[in-house]
Ligand binder design. Structure first.
Ligand SMILES: *[C@@H]1O[C@H](CO)[C@@H](O)[C@H](O)[C@H]1NC(C)=O
Ligand SMILES: *[C@@H]1O[C@H](CO)[C@@H](O)[C@H](O)[C@H]1NC(C)=O
Length: 531
């Protein structure tokens, strides 16, 4: 009896101990994702919900609310804001942005938008109420996208910081943490370079990267620091600067994967979790859509320009080009169109104000997707192996689509080049040539071929930095070196000086020897002649 009881206790203890290393027990996590864009939220919500599912006590600062979250998922709501009002203007016709340079886009949209948004977040009543409370956190996770002032919450709670980006490589973070920039192959995240590895492509990338870095570090971060002073006066002067917080972040999770994005060197605490929002358990489609897709035996062309771009703002000429090309197709066309009516709509075109993009793309009858190449949506086409006709408008869209085109899984059509002829040719090339579908399926297979799902990867590393209290040892020692030591400029300069000295001495020696030889030379030669 007694022995058996001991055995049982021993077994239970063994079970407990063998299990514990796999868990970073339930942790208190602050998750800061207030950026109002729906596509960012679609990506980021998956991580917060999964952390709660795994038993962590998650507090989320967010603009969008979940309807029925777990009881350990606490939402602190940010007042809904209109991004365009934040930068002091009406919502522009987004198609006009196809003309804006990356520099202008930062100066006119990203930077003022960020300052406006952070003011909205930190003066939202729920957020103010939450910040007054005496909470403690084991980890602060913050989105990277122009939200630096909010990184200061990791200093406020004295907790390690993990940063999550909804895009891939981040040049400013690379600079700060000492991750190689790889300017010859890796393009800055919001730059549209048409031929990235050409001389002009590399020059353009170099120029923009330097421009962005200096404005960011010496102007923009200053504005962000002012916001920190305004909203967190209790932090005082001893807290790390926002630059230091980014530099010392425990973890950076980036939305890329080398099977699609340009392969690049990454520090151990920069981890690719591209497509973390995508899972195979397909939600069922609304009945009418399911029937429409099932019945379209010749296939379906699916058109959507995402949540920020309204197709109905297309100028008439371009809209007519689309309608005329669609009219000639035997396929059904499904278009996310934000108005009730569409004049001149052909019979094979179905319009809806809202469409469940992810679930539609999973349907086997989808033959091609037409969209702007926003990364979150584009990853849904990769995940489902659907070829793309991409019409880039702004930000990283051009680069994203260039990668698709290079992989043979689609074609890029510049906005200004759209007319009936170009659209007809591009679309029919893809519909009639199987190679696009084949390449899209290849890409889909490679995208999913990983040792761990992107979600498991994200969870592992977030729990890893909690378990290891910020994993200080994982950070690059380059963070604390001067730029000339890190770039080896001092060593190269030293070698250059030695080299010049040696060559100089050698030349001097030669001259001396020559001089010395040229005098006695006559004697020698006369001796020789005599002999
Ligand atoms: C979970 O987080 C909330 C803050 O949002 C806090 O009030 C609560 O005490 C935490 N629960 C536990 C068990 O730590
Ligand atoms: C959804 O998944 C099930 C099995 O997981 C599959 O049989 C079905 O075809 C899928 N539906 C769609 C629309 O892809």
């Amino acid at each position: 009896m007694y022995v058996q009881l001991l055995k049982m206790i021993g077994f239970t203890l063994l079970m407990l101990f063998s299990l514990t290393p796999n868990f970073a027990e339930s942790a208190n996590i602050l998750y800061i994702i207030p950026f109002p864009s729906m596509s960012h939220y679609i990506y980021l919500r998956s991580i917060g919900l999964e952390l709660a599912k795994r038993g962590h006590n998650v507090t989320v600062i967010t603009t969008h609310l979940e309807q029925n979250p777990l009881p350990n998922y606490h939402q602190v709501q940010v007042v809904k804001s209109n991004f365009w009002e934040l930068i002091g203007g009406e919502k522009p016709n987004v198609f006009d942005m196809a003309d804006i340079s990356a520099e202008e886009f930062h100066k006119k949209i990203h930077w003022p938008g960020s300052i406006g948004l952070i003011n909205v977040v930190l003066s939202s009543p729920e957020v103010k109420e939450f910040l007054k409370k005496d909470n403690t956190f084991d980890l602060v996770i913050c989105e990277q996208f122009f939200l630096e002032a909010l990184h200061a919450l990791s200093a406020k709670y004295n907790a390690p910081l993990a940063i999550i980006s909804t895009f891939g490589n981040c040049m400013k973070h690379n600079f700060a943490t000492g991750n190689p920039l790889q300017l010859a192959t890796v393009t800055a995240e919001y730059l549209d370079v048409h031929n990235p590895t050409s001389f002009w492509g590399r020059l353009r990338n170099f120029y923009f990267t330097v421009y962005d870095y200096f404005w960011w570090k010496y102007w923009y971060l200053g504005k962000q620091e002012e916001l920190v002073k305004k909203y967190f006066p209790e932090l005082g002067d001893n807290t790390p600067s926002l630059y230091e917080l980014q530099r010392d972040a425990a973890l950076m999770l980036i939305n890329s994967h080398f099977s699609y994005d340009t392969p690049s060197a990454l520090l151990p605490n920069i981890v690719e979790i591209g497509g973390v929002h995508l899972t195979s358990n397909n939600a069922s489609l609304p009945e009418d859509l399911q029937k429409l897709l099932d019945d379209s035996k010749d296939g379906v062309v699916f058109v959507s320009f995402g949540s920020n771009v309204r197709s109905s703002e297309l100028p008439k000429q371009k809209k007519d080009a689309f309608l005329n090309v669609f009219r000639g197709l035997k396929q059904t066309v499904l278009w996310k169109w934000e108005e009730d009516n569409l004049e001149g709509k052909p019979d094979n075109l179905v319009i809806r104000k809202w469409l469940p993009q992810k679930d539609i793309l999973a349907h086997p009858n989808i033959k091609v997707f037409i969209g702007h190449g926003g990364l979150i949506g584009l990853q849904e086409t990769i995940f489902n192996g659907v070829p793309v006709v991409g019409i880039p408008i702004y930000g990283d869209q051009y680069n994203n689509l260039l990668l698709i085109e290079e992989a043979g899984a689609g074609k890029l059509l510049k906005y200004h080049k759209i007319n009936e002829e170009t659209l007809y040719k591009t679309l029919n090339d893809i519909l009639n040539d199987d190679s696009y579908m084949k390449s899209a399926k290849d890409m889909q297979r490679r995208w999913k071929d990983r040792p761990m799902s992107p979600m498991d990867t994200a969870m592992f590393w977030l729990e890893y930095v909690i378990r290891n209290k910020g994993a200080e040892y994982m950070k690059n020692p380059a963070r604390n070196m001067s730029w000339f030591a890190y770039t080896m400029v001092d060593v190269y300069a030293f070698i250059l000086v030695i080299f010049i000295t040696v060559i100089g001495s050698f030349v001097k020696l030669l001259i001396t020897v020559k001089k010395y030889l040229s005098k006695p030379q006559k004697k020698v030669s006369t001796k020789k002649k005599r002999a």
